[in-house]
Design a protein around this ligand. Structure first.
Ligand SMILES: Cc1cc2nc3c(=O)[nH]c(=O)nc-3n(C[C@H](O)[C@H](O)[C@H](O)COP(=O)(O)OP(=O)(O)OC[C@H]3O[C@@H](n4cnc5c(N)ncnc54)[C@H](O)[C@@H]3O)c2cc1C
Length: 439
């Protein structure tokens, strides 16, 4: 019998999407190219293979990824139920037995009466309803098809992620708001360096420990997304004439132009996050925290995301997708998982959950309903449609993406508890009002 929906890629997002659509009574063809064609990172023919760590990160609700997992649990996600069944001891984190986890998801999919698993590489996008969930290592021929659909300028093959800090951890006594030569308003926060501070910072960047890339990731280095520490290694003043250039940025407190600046750019609609402009890096996470906290104004910074550079196929979601994960120019085509610009195992599965529901509702002629932006699921979705298109880079779920609370709470722990409580209440009312109840 012909399928109602095709899902391309049976990784974390694709298996969850197929499962959710099938719960709505939709017949799904789920395509997976492995083992005929392997990616450079996958090792097996299992569906939902975890390519690297076996950790699904923090468990508690003080952590936004913990809340995202709890929401998935409450929405009967296959990914979460399977992860919980295959949990192994990992302190406060949730880690899984990777073999048991992937075997179990594979079995659940293979045995589902409405899902037909097809092994083979998809090289053309089918004409009917489809979810593209082919992941960060999408095969070349499918990537070429996606570029044709989205426009090549909106498909990227590497991420170059700069760290993001929580805005309320920035020291406003030291930083100042200004745009270069006053153009476009005071859109950037500037962290001013003296000459001595600058040279100490460059020396720390040059001697910091770096992450060694996988073999298939060694091709990256084109100008424009060069790691900050490699630029620093080119010469003592390279950064002062590059991303740390201070010209046109006098400090209004002194009227003088500092020796160098690090610019921080607003990352999200609520201005609760700022990224370090041009600071994509391969320094280890520990070194980033140590070195970037020497930047004047960031001594107490809390990092919502640390920098990295990876092979990663992803589209510019705010430019290409509707808020329901559909391609703007062809709304029967949905995207799910890491290829949309979410980052991480749990986020990819969560995105698959949403795409499965949305595509399932579209196929069954039901109105689409998005979870509120106050939930972790909704905040992630909201990020994909409202993040600035310029410089769009993948993102983990973080409390910085959530709309602020109505009341001001001084303690971070209390704030997070209140955000989690609000999220779970709002999730329940979203579920209670769904247009078509999941069976
Ligand atoms: C090397 C690497 C390491 C990572 N490590 C971590 C980590 O430790 N922790 C973490 O949270 N996140 C990690 N990530 C990021 C991300 O969370 C994972 O890649 C995650 O698996 C993404 O889920 P997905 O479903 O979007 O893609 P995937 O899980 O990769 O699934 C996509 C599937 O599509 C298939 N496919 C691709 N092209 C085609 C085609 N043309 N036809 C049919 N099938 C196709 C692939 O074989 C694959 O099975 C890592 C990413 C990479 C690349």
């Amino acid at each position: 019998m012909a399928a109602d929906l095709t899902v391309i890629g049976a990784g974390l997002a694709g298996t969850e999407a197929a499962w959710q659509a099938a719960r709505l009574g939709v017949r799904v063809d789920l395509y997976e190219m492995r083992p005929q064609r392997m990616t450079p990172a996958h090792q097996s023919d299992h569906l939902a293979e975890l390519v690297c760590s076996n950790s699904l990160r923090g468990g508690g609700l003080h952590n936004a990824v913990g809340l995202l997992k709890e929401e998935l649990r409450r929405c009967d996600s296959l990914f979460m139920a399977t992860a919980d069944r295959h949990a192994v001891p990992a302190g406060g984190a949730l880690a899984v037995d990777r073999e048991g986890f992937a075997n179990s998801i594979t079995k659940s999919i293979e045995e589902h009466p409405l899902i037909s698993l097809q092994r083979g590489e998809v090289t053309e996008i089918p004409s009917g309803p489809v979810i593209i969930a082919s992941g960060p290592l999408t095969s070349d021929r499918l990537a070429a098809e996606i570029a044709r659909l989205t426009g090549a300028q909106h498909l990227y093959f590497y991420d170059a992620i700069a760290p993001i800090v929580e805005t309320d951890s920035i020291d406003y006594k030291k930083v100042y708001a200004a745009s270069r030569y006053g153009k476009g308003g005071a859109d950037y926060l500037n962290c001013p360096f003296t000459e001595g501070e600058y040279h100490a910072f460059v020396a720390a960047l040059c001697s910091g420990d770096k992450v060694q890339p996988h073999d298939f990731e060694k091709v990256i280095h084109f100008e424009g997304c060069m790691p900050i520490e490699e630029m620093a290694e080119r010469g003592p003043l390279t950064l002062a004439f590059g991303p740390m250039k201070p010209v046109g940025l006098p400090d209004p407190k002194t009227g003088r132009t500092p020796f160098a600046v690090v610019q921080l750019r607003q990352e999200n609609r609520h201005a609760s996050l700022h990224n370090l402009v041009g600071f994509q890096t391969k320094l280890t996470y520990g070194e980033q925290q140590r070195i970037f906290r020497t930047i004047p104004g960031l001594e107490q910074a809390r990092f919502a995301r640390l920098g990295s550079m990876h092979r990663n196929t992803f589209i510019n979601a705010p430019a290409c997708l509707t808020p329901n994960l559909q391609l703007k120019s062809a709304q029967h085509i949905f995207f799910a998982g890491q290829i949309t610009g979410v980052e991480g195992y749990v986020e990819s599965a969560a995105c698959g959950f949403l795409a499965g529901l949305f595509a399932g509702w579209q196929v069954t002629g039901t109105e689409l309903s998005r979870p509120p932006a106050t939930t972790a699921l909704g905040a992630l979705l909201d990020f994909l449609s409202t993040a600035p298109e310029k410089g769009f880079q993948p993102m983990n779920v973080t409390y910085g993406l959530f709309p602020p609370l109505d009341k001001r709470l001084r303690k971070r722990r209390e704030r997070r508890e209140a955000l989690a409580e609000r999220a779970l209440v709002d999730l329940a009312s979203w579920q209670a009002n769904l247009p078509l109840q999941i069976t």
